[in-house]
Every structure is written in structure tokens, then in C-alpha cells.
Design a protein around this ligand. Structure first.
Ligand code: HEM
Length: 258
């Protein structure tokens, strides 16, 4: 029988029991990927608050620093969230490495297969592996910065980082890599686990719609930070405080001045 032949060829004919670990690791890879993709949707919403103006992003930043609960800013709260996200990211990346081609021969085989087959899903897999590889470096650097200097997040601090610190090419690369990677990843999850139960064609259209939406939103957000950063370049390092806070809550100003 075909099934027995395949098992024998894989050298598993004499195995007493089935090894469930590959399946478990696959579930862990899928669930960490799903968490990170959903986190990125939320992350984009928070970061894009700058499109509604400096004070909107300021309020979101202060919310995550616990200001509206404790009456004072605690940036270490942000570090805790970053630490958790970084942990999930590391687990996801560790599990993904299993599937990378690991030597020149394997590279040649996968590229030759993808060229010969012209199978869209195989090509998409290559894009996902390539963008995932980029994320090892770019996402790690971003997470490190957010973890170590959470107090440097805000309408002016973030915009200064983009413009005066010259990090906008870094963020542009990160944005392209993460949106392509996340979009393809979600599509592959849907095909693999059968939810939502739709044809591949329909899922692919949904994938491109979502990717286009987040790319446009991301580029507009990046543009907004760069514009504010450019206008603010002569006051590099100065923090934003909304007028109503200056008048009514002077302690926040002291917080920001530190
Ligand atoms: C809890 C963890 C995270 C926090 C607190 C955070 C925070 C931020 C902040 C404040 C910005 C605005 C720019 C700046 O201040 O530097 C930003 C931008 C960005 N972050 Fe994150 N981030 C986190 C995790 C991630 C992860 C895991 C990724 C991707 C793997 C990511 C991708 C991006 C991208 C692409 C941008 C640019 C968005 C745009 O300009 O459209 N972030 N992040």
C-alpha cells in the first residue's frame, strides 16, 4: 500500500509508536504566529493613532504607561508587555528555523522546485521564509529598543526617532517585511487548519486586501511620524505635552521633562 511504502521509505517502518512532537510543535508555531499577527493588528491601531494628531498618540502612550489608572507614568509596564511579545517572538522564530533550507543543496532544490512548478503557494512560502529571516534582525532590534527605553515612546520622541535619528528606512523595511510575512502567514494558517472554510482563491483575495490595507495604513503612519519629526527637528529631544495637561495636570509635565 502507498501509505506503508511512504512510512517505510521514511525509515519509520520499525517504529513502535507515532511521535506526536512534530504535530505539537506545529500547533505551537501556528498559535504563536496567530498571536503575533493579531498583536500586529492592535499594534498598528495604536501606532496609527498619530494620524489623529499628537494628543491622540500621547493619550494612548500614557494609557499603556498606566497613567490614567495610577495617576503617574510607569514606562516599565510597557517593558513588561514588550518582554512578553519578545518571548512569543523568540519561540515562534525558534520553531520556524526547523523549516528553513539549511545548506546550499536544499536551497538549490527549493528554488528549482519553485521555478519549475510555478505554484503560487510555494512561491508565497519562499517570500514568508525570506521576510521571516529579515524579521530576525529588524524585529529584534525594534523590540530591544522598546524594551530598554520605553520612556522614549510618544508623539515627539517617536517622530524624532524616525527623522532626526534617521530610522525611517529601518521602519520602512520592518513594515514591508512584517506585513508581507503576517499576511502570508495568516493565509497559510487558514489553508492548513481549514478556518475560515473558503476556497484558496477567496482566501488569497482576502489576504491581499488585508495586506494592502495594513501597508497603506502603515505607510501613512510612517509618513505622519516623518512629517512631525521633520517639523520638530530643531527641538530634538523635547517631549510633547497637550495644552490641557499643561494647564490642569502639571505633574505629567514634570514626568515628561525627566
Ligand atoms: C510590545 C511590543 C512593541 C511595542 C511597544 C512597539 C511600539 C512601537 C512604536 C511606539 C512605534 C512608533 C515608532 C517608534 O516610536 O519607534 C512602532 C512602530 C513600528 N513597529 Fe512596533 N512595537 C512593538 C512590537 C513590534 C513588533 C513585534 C513588530 C514587528 C515584528 C513591530 C513593527 C513595527 C513597525 C513596522 C513599525 C512602523 C509602523 C509604521 O510606521 O507604520 N513592532 N512600534
Amino acid at each position: 500500500m502507498l501509505y506503508e511504502t511512504v512510512i517505510a521509505q521514511a525509515g519509520l517502518a520499525d517504529k513502535a509508536g507515532k511521535n506526536r512532537w512534530p504535530a505539537r510543535l506545529d500547533i505551537l508555531q501556528s498559535s504563536t504566529g496567530l498571536f503575533l499577527a493579531l498583536f500586529m493588528w492592535g499594534h498598528m491601531a495604536f501606532v496609527a493613532s498619530i494620524l489623529f494628531g499628537e494628543s491622540a498618540m500621547w493619550a494612548i502612550t500614557k494609557f499603556f504607561e498606566g497613567y490614567f489608572v495610577f495617576g503617574a507614568s510607569h514606562p516599565w509596564l510597557v517593558s513588561c508587555v514588550v518582554g512578553f511579545v519578545a518571548l512569543v517572538f523568540v519561540v515562534h522564530a525558534f520553531l520556524a528555523v526547523r523549516k528553513f533550507p539549511i545548506n546550499y543543496r536544499q536551497f538549490r532544490i527549493i528554488f528549482a522546485h519553485s521555478r519549475a512548478m510555478r505554484h503560487e503557494d510555494t512561491t508565497l512560502w519562499l517570500w514568508q521564509a525570506g521576510t521571516g529571516f529579515l524579521l530576525f534582525f529588524f524585529a529584534s532590534a525594534h523590540l530591544y529598543q522598546m524594551f530598554v527605553w520605553p520612556q522614549n515612546i510618544g508623539p515627539y520622541a517617536s517622530s524624532d526617532r524616525m527623522w532626526s535619528d534617521g530610522l525611517w528606512p529601518f521602519y520602512l523595511t520592518l513594515l514591508l517585511a512584517v506585513e508581507l510575512h503576517g499576511g502570508i502567514g495568516l493565509y497559510r494558517l487558514a489553508v492548513k487548519w481549514g478556518w475560515p472554510n473558503a476556497s484558496r482563491e477567496a482566501l488569497k483575495i482576502l489576504k491581499w486586501v488585508l495586506t494592502a490595507f495594513f501597508l497603506v495604513l502603515g505607510l501613512a503612519t510612517l509618513g505622519a511620524y516623518m512629517k512631525i519629526g521633520y517639523a520638530h527637528r530643531a527641538h530634538y529631544g523635547e517631549r510633547y505635552t497637550p495644552d490641557w495637561v499643561t494647564e490642569r495636570l502639571p505633574d505629567v509635565q514634570q514626568e515628561d521633562a525627566r
